[in-house]
Design a protein around this ligand. Structure first.
Ligand code: ADP
Ligand code: MG
Length: 694
């Protein structure tokens, strides 16, 4: 039976009641218990001779109990006072405990006898004449290995009523009984060639390190393993996604793409040209493209996608672009449809709200192949939609879609090339983990002439001034967003968009055209409101973060974010990216009085930089990888010891080793890799959908 299936109750000293408490920590099996890692370690190795202790020092001491006394406190009868006199030959020290209870002996008396050896840890105080330790951490050390004192002592995350000593002893016991049975997933050759600590030893050292150096080695070993398994999964997936399928080879003379560039009112940036080069090379190859374009808000991903779509059409295939909202799809179609037509390519827009006849016409055109490029929403992946020969599928704002939608889109063709785009810059470590099976193109340059968005951070006390500023901008013909963290206010926060909308349109913005946009409206209502704002029928938009994604309203110059410290940095960056898209100077005003250090750090980061990648790194550092992506499905497995903000070097190394191994043994079929294969499937199989692949 594996340790995952072995209940903690099997561990000596853990009964039903303790097991319940452990369950509150998420610990059910022996495996869970061994994976419950210390938060930190207390160095209690230095034992100070009793003759050398000084007042106020925090010390570990060791000695024999010479005498024991116990009495009731005079004023509080339910308090028992136990005193032990400790001697180590060099000197003496009093240990004093106060325990609650009516009956003597106290539990301390029950456990300590005269003559026993104790190790105690605490801060030296005085009763006026003698030094003493009050309520010290202590342990009777008959055993050779001490757990709670005299070593690097692990400090664990705890739950109510579960004494740390019980938890420590349980883990110690589990290590003794089950530690040797811990399977080492890494193949022996890898362990020896990299000088890694074997797994059982590493797990023991993580809990009860013999020294800081051993702890470091143990951590290195576990970090390597975590990254290695993850990267191995990605290597398997990438290989599988690419190798066996024979995809579309897009070949054309490049004439249409060249004409397209000449239709643009601007020069492509160097980044855009490089991105197009990489994409074209992938498209010409037979193996299916799996490429991600990461580019900051406003870096100009759309034309890059357009060039790829044109290449698909020019090569005799169809290209499709899927956007997360109707309004985005419309926006893309409005900017590109005419240009496609001018090149002699037949384009179409397929969104949910089309009249039936129009919709059927488009569906027919896609099935016959007459329509060469289609831009749309999720309407594109509905069952009724079929393509004659889909060669390229492009997903815009891909973080808005789930894995299944991406797969559904691809399935509309025969191994079509896939291009996904995201404006959520993510640090390289995360990119390697989350998108490790994709090739990545980065647009790291903004088109020239963009003006920096001026970012200001103001206290809520000065809100009236902010409103006055917004009125000024709107009166001058501009538009403004006011974003709130909540749809409706709660007991603890007044930052609800609905209430703000009611108050503002009667108060501060009376006489202006104010709209309301939030996630509880129907899609149709949302799209209508967004359209009205785009077309200038609304001047001020009160909203939640639903405005975050890709919308381009160049006339909007003010973004006010209320309770800005409640948003993640990536979100704030996206919100700021909604303005600064036109000719006029734009402003981002963060209204907040952050009460936490993280909140202040986030505001500071927003003021300091407008570089999406630097913001993403700051975000990752502040929030950790789990929170980084919010609740969205990101496929990032839990890493227990490895830290993505810190361990980039080890990640890169583990990745190299993993990809090399898959190169040598693509489906892990050699006997030496059997345990590795099992561990891989168990740990990441579901997350990475590996089960069918190896
Ligand atoms: P995003 O990467 O956020 O999707 P878009 O593709 O929407 O950015 O582009 C943002 C704006 O920049 C658009 O108005 C687009 O026309 C413009 N743009 C794109 N490329 C260039 C360029 N090379 N020079 C000038 N403007 C550009
Ligand atoms: Mg975009």
């Amino acid at each position: 039976m594996g340790l995952e299936e072995t209940s903690v109750e099997k561990v000596k000293g853990i009964g039903a009641a303790r097991a319940k408490q452990l369950e509150r920590l998420g610990i059910r099996s022996v495996d869970d218990l061994l994976n419950h890692l210390p938060r930190r370690y207390q160095d209690m190795r230095q034992i100070v001779p009793l003759a050398q202790v000084k007042l106020q020092d925090t010390v570990t001491v060791r000695g024999q109990v010479m005498a024991l006394q116990e009495r009731r406190a005079q004023r509080r009868q339910n308090l028992i006072l136990t005193k032990a006199i400790l001697s180590d030959g060099s000197g003496q020290l009093n240990l004093i405990w106060f325990t609650r209870g009516w009956r003597t002996p106290s539990f301390i008396r029950q456990q300590v006898r005269v003559g026993a050896t104790l190790v105690a840890y605490g801060k030296i105080e005085t009763d006026g004449s003698q030094f003493l330790l009050k309520n010290p951490i202590w342990e009777a050390v008959s055993e050779e290995n001490s757990l709670h004192t005299g070593r690097l002592v692990p400090v664990y995350p705890l739950t109510e009523n579960l004494p740390v000593k019980i938890l420590r002893r349980a883990i110690w016991q589990a290590l003794d009984d089950y530690g040797p049975a811990l399977a080492d997933a890494l193949p022996p050759s890898l362990i020896s060639s990299r000088g890694l600590m074997p797994r059982p030893a590493a797990v023991r050292q993580l809990h009860f390190p013999d020294s800081w150096e051993q702890l470091e080695r143990a951590r290195r070993r576990i970090i390597f393993e975590e990254f290695f398994l993850l990267q191995l999964g990605l290597a398997v997936r990438k290989r599988w996604l690419k190798a066996p399928e024979k995809g579309v080879s897009h070949r054309d003379d490049g004439v249409l793409a060249g004409k397209f560039y000449s239709l643009l009112p601007y020069e492509l940036t160097r980044s855009q040209k490089r991105a197009i080069g990489e994409i074209f090379a992938d498209m010409e190859a037979t193996r299916p493209m799996q490429r991600l374009i990461q580019g900051d808000v406003g870096s100009g991903k759309t034309v890059v996608a357009a060039a790829a779509l044109i290449k698909a059409a020019a090569s005799g295939y169809q290209g499709a672009l899927m956007a997360p909202t109707e309004i985005l799809a419309e926006q893309h179609f409005a900017s590109l449809g005419g240009k496609f037509a001018a090149l002699g390519i037949r384009p179409a827009l397929l969104v949910g709200g089309l009249p039936r006849a129009r919709r059927e016409e488009i569906v027919a055109g896609l099935a016959s192949g007459e329509i060469q490029i289609v831009i749309g929403t999720q309407a594109l992946i509905q069952e009724a939609v079929a393509f004659a020969r889909l060669g390229l599928a492009v997903v815009d704002e891909q973080h808005r879609f789930g894995v299944r939608q991406r797969a559904g889109f691809k399935a509309k063709g025969q191994a079509p090339d896939l291009l996904v785009m995201t404006a959520t810059p993510i640090p390289r470590t995360l990119a390697l983990c989350v998108y490790g099976d994709l090739d990545i193109t980065v647009l790291d340059e903004l088109p020239p002439g963009r003006r920096q968005v001026l970012t200001k951070f103001v206290s809520a006390l000065r809100r009236e001034k902010v409103y006055a500023f917004v009125r000024g901008q709107v009166a001058a013909g501009r538009q403004a967003y006011l974003v709130y963290p909540l749809v409706e206010e709660t007991e603890t926060s007044q930052a609800g968009a609905v209430e703000a909308f009611e108050n503002l349109r009667r108060g501060a913005f009376a006489g202006f055209k104010v709209g309301l946009l939030h996630g509880r409206l129907s899609s149709a209502e949302k799209e209508d409101t967004m359209r009205a704002f785009r077309d200038g029928q609304l001047q001020i938009l009160v909203a939640t973060t639903v405005v975050e994604v890709g919308v381009n309203v160049p006339n909007a110059t003010v973004m006010v974010v209320e309770e800005a410290d409640r948003f993640g940095l990536a979100q704030l960056h996206q919100l700021r990216g909604r303005v600064g898209r036109g000719q006029d100077q734009s402003y981002c005003i963060l209204v907040a009085d952050p009460s936490t250090p993280e909140g202040r750090a986030r505001m500071q980061a927003m003021l300091e930089t407008s570089d999406g990648f630097r913001i993403a790194e700051a975000d990752l550092r502040l929030r950790g990888p789990g929170e980084f992506f919010g609740t969205r499905q990101h496929g990032l497995p839990e890493l227990r010891v490895a830290d993505l903000t810190r361990d980039l070097e080890q990640l890169v190394e583990a990745r190299r080793a993993a990809f090399a191994l898959i190169q040598a043994d693509p489906d892990l079929s050699s006997p030496e890799h059997k345990t590795l294969r099992d561990a891989l499937l168990k740990r990441f199989g579901e997350r990475l959908a590996l089960a069918d692949l190896i």
